[in-house]
Each structure stands twice: as C-alpha cells, then as structure tokens.
Design a protein around this ligand. Structure first.
Ligand code: ARG
Length: 465
C-alpha cells in the first residue's frame, strides 16, 4: 500500500530499506508538543482568516489536545510507515475527527512545519540550559564566597606560578558561564522568528496571517523570506556552537577536578556521592562524573561539525539532508544539560584540602614575584633589575633547599644589601594574595565582592522569572 498521506500518484509501497532510510519518527517524535502547538496555532489562524470553517477548527483543536494527552500518557502508537511526527499526528487526527482533519494542512507544508517545530524545540532547550547554567553559577559563587581566602597554587604551564584563592579560581568559571549564557541568549534572539506560512518554499495563495501564528507561538515576528524560512538551520548551528564552547568550558573544569582529586596533588576531595570505586582495586575513588563531563564534549562538538557538513553546499530550499539536523543536536543538547547539572553537583560537593592547598601554594617559590614587587616598591628598583635580583635570591634558597620565607635575611642581603626585615611581610602566601587587590585580582576582598554581586544578580534574575 502506498503512503496514505502523499501516495496519490504512487501505486507501489516503498522498499523496506527505503522506509528505513527515510523515517524520522524515532527522532522527531520528541517534537510532539511543539508540533501540536504549531498545528493549533495554524488551525486557529485558518479559521480566523475564513480559510476553514470555525467548526472544523474547533474539532481540529480538540482532536489535537486528545493526541497530546495520548502521547503524554504513553498511549499513542507511533507508526514508522507514517514517516514522521507531522504525519503521525495528522493521521491520528483523521481517526479521531474524520475528514476535517484533512483541512489542517491547508496553506502549509511539512517544510515550514518542521522548521517551526524545531525552532520551538531548540528555544525550549536554550531556556532549560540557561536555567541550568544559572544554577551552576550559583553553586560556583556560593563556594567561592566560602573559599574567598582559601589559598591555592595558581598555575601557568601547569607549573606553580603565583598563589591565588580557590574562590577566585571558581569565580573564573562564573564569568565563562556568563558568556555561555550570553551566546545562548544571542542565538535565541535570532532564532525567535516564525517560519510558519512559508509553506513548501514559495509561500501560499491563501490569505494567511503569519503575524498571528508567530505571535501565538511566542515568536517575535514571521521570517521575512519563505525560501530562507524553510532552508535555514542557522538556529541549530548557532545553538550548537554556543553548546560546544560551553562544553569546552565544562571540560576544562572537569579536567581540573581530575587533577585536583588525583593523589598526585590531593588538593580536592569529592564525596562518595560523586565518586565511584573500582571492581578490582579497593582503594580507588574515581572522579567518573568529571571524566564523563570532559568526554561529553566530544559528541557536542561532533554534532556541530556534523551539521555544518550536512548544510555545506546545500542548494535552496528544503532538502531531505536537513532531516539529519535533529538527532545529533538533540543528543548534544541533552548531553550538555547532563554535563552542566553534574558539574554543578560536583562543585557544590567538593571539599578543598586547605592545608595541602596552602602548602602547594608556597611550593616552587610562588611568592618570587612578590619579592620582586617589594624591591620595586621599597627600593625603587626597575622591575627588570628586581626580577634579576630575585632570581639570584631564589637560586640561593634553592641551593640550601629552603622556601623563600625561610631563607635568612643575611642570605638575601648577600645578594642585595638594602633588603630589610619588612620583606618577610610579603613572602607568605596569604600576604601575596591579599596584596593582589587590583581590579579583577585574586585578593580575598575582591573575591567576596564579586561572589556577592553575582549571587545577588542571580537571585534577581530568578525573581524576575
Ligand atoms: N521529516 C522531515 C524533516 O525532518 C520533515 C519534512 C519533510 N519534508 C519533505 N518535503 N519531505 O526534515
């Protein structure tokens, strides 16, 4: 039997393999809520414009509501032979209300339908991700406030560089997440135009009201060009690129958690809630969640790559290639959601080992820059010269196997006679972080101000919702 929805000029049914490659119901069934919402808006508009009878519109709307609850309640049978969500819904509608169901598809096509549905879906995903990233920021800022003066080693080249505070380190990720949210918001702003009414590609001869359907679905306006409306997938690409960058950020923090929780550094401990054991090595506490957050980045970047490659060189307007936009994107956005929620959980859960952090912060002559700055400030030495003098003092300390603040004054004076006792005030790691009070610097006071400001901002945002 040929397809009941479009089989008019067909006498034979598709080969089994044709059906296999063609069907999208396993993926686009997830668009059911958006598909039904868009159909309801379309039917109401058709009636308002006098294109279909009010009675038909009413029956269509009721039938669509029934289908919605059937799907939500798991009572709907999705049929592969009906290819996709659009035809599954329409076919069930015909079973429920009879012939009037056939009027729903007036002045539209699956091409504008799927573009509309998927825009609505991606919009919903962006909103959910934005809330999840706000939760992540809240977890970070809360812990940052708690650890505003917990000193840890700051690294460049993964070599001990200068002492920083753990709070400052966490707040760096709050800023990254803010940019991620900004990118999602930008993508959302541009995607929020309605393709509905572009029909197959050229528009329609019926007197439709695209403004009305756009408004009913929460779009800012209808898309201006019907060819663009059915062939554009920028909204998926933009959202996936925002997702890819966000995933890269999460993977960096994930990697840091892996490093911090390794016995090699022992800077942080995750509780049992966020660790797993080994089936053979009883001592193991593995940071699996962090590793998986790091790994999810692969499929998220992969989805962006895959869709860029699908879209490259596609002529206007709709091509079936574009059906491949959904599977990867849906999986990628779901993976990002999982990753950000797991990361927020880990951030809330982790315990820094303050003693080890402080000891590590002082290792490797991390306050050498503070000594150089002291020479500049107190002896008016040019920084380059101070750098050189400090280098010689560090070498002297290293030769004796001493930390900088343990090197006797006399040994420092052997290199630079004008050095006084007051130099020891800047050589502790606490003094070091406290002194870095420049805007954006690691000083505990800065960190507290930043963390409080963010928590307040996040709370205000939440109240507005
Ligand atoms: N399942 C299709 C998709 O996801 C819907 C649009 C099909 N349009 C068409 N002309 N075959 O892209």
């Amino acid at each position: 039997m040929s397809n009941t929805m479009w089989g008019g000029r067909f006498s034979d049914s598709p080969a089994a393999i044709m059906e296999d490659i063609n069907v999208s119901i396993d993926v686009d069934r997830h668009l059911f809520a958006q598909d039904i919402a868009a159909s309801k808006a379309h039917a109401a508009m058709l009636a308002a414009q006098g294109i279909i009878a009010p009675d038909d519109a009413k029956n269509i709307a009721q039938g669509l509501d029934t289908i919605l609850s059937e799907i939500v309640d798991g009572k709907f049978t999705f049929k592969r032979a009906l290819e996709d969500i659009h035809m599954n819904v329409e076919s069930r509608l015909a079973e429920l209300i009879g012939k009037a169901a056939g009027r729903l598809h007036t002045a539209r096509s699956r091409n504008d339908q799927v573009a509309t549905d998927f825009r609505l879906y991606v919009r919903d995903e962006i909103d959910a991700l934005d809330a999840a990233f706000a939760d992540f920021q809240r977890a970070l800022a809360t812990r940052a406030l708690e650890h505003a003066d917990t000193v840890m080693p700051g690294f460049t080249h993964l070599q001990t560089a200068q002492p920083v505070t753990f709070g400052h380190h966490l707040m760096a990720y709050v800023e990254m997440a803010a940019r991620d949210r900004g990118r999602f918001a930008d993508a959302r702003g541009r995607l929020n135009e309605s393709p509905l009414g572009a029909a197959a590609l050229a528009g329609t001869s019926f007197p439709i009201d695209r403004e009305a359907t756009a408004k009913a679905l929460g779009f800012a306006r209808p898309m201006a060009n019907s060819l663009d409306a059915v062939s554009d997938r920028d909204f998926v690409l933009e959202t996936l690129s925002a997702a890819a960058i966000a995933a890269v950020h999460l993977s960096r923090l994930a990697e840091e958690i892996v490093i911090w929780t390794s016995p090699l550094t022992g800077l942080v401990r995750l509780s049992d809630k966020f660790t797993t054991g080994s089936s053979i090595m009883p001592q193991k506490r593995n940071p699996d969640a962090a590793e998986l957050v790091r790994a999810k980045t692969g499929r998220i970047i992969g989805a962006l790559n895959a869709l860029l490659i699908v879209m490259k060189g596609l002529p206007l307007a709709y091509q079936k290639d574009m059906q491949e936009d959904k599977e990867g994107a849906m999986a990628a956005l779901a993976a990002l959601m999982l990753a950000v929620r797991a990361m927020a959980g880990m951030v809330a859960d982790l315990t820094p080992d303050k003693k080890r952090m402080k000891a590590a912060a002082g290792d490797g002559y991390a306050t050498a820059t503070d000594l150089a700055d002291w020479l500049v400030r107190t002896l008016q030495m040019p920084f380059r010269e101070a750098h050189h003098v400090t280098g010689r003092i560090v070498a002297a300390a290293a030769a004796d196997g001493l930390a900088l603040h343990k090197l006797p004054l006399a040994a420092m004076q052997a290199v630079e006679p004008r050095i006084t006792d007051s130099v020891f005030d800047v050589l502790s790691v606490e003094a070091s972080v406290k002194s870095r009070a420049s805007l954006g610097g690691t000083a505990p006071r800065n960190v507290r101000t930043q963390a409080r400001a963010w928590l307040k901002r996040l709370e205000k945002e939440q109240q507005r919702q």
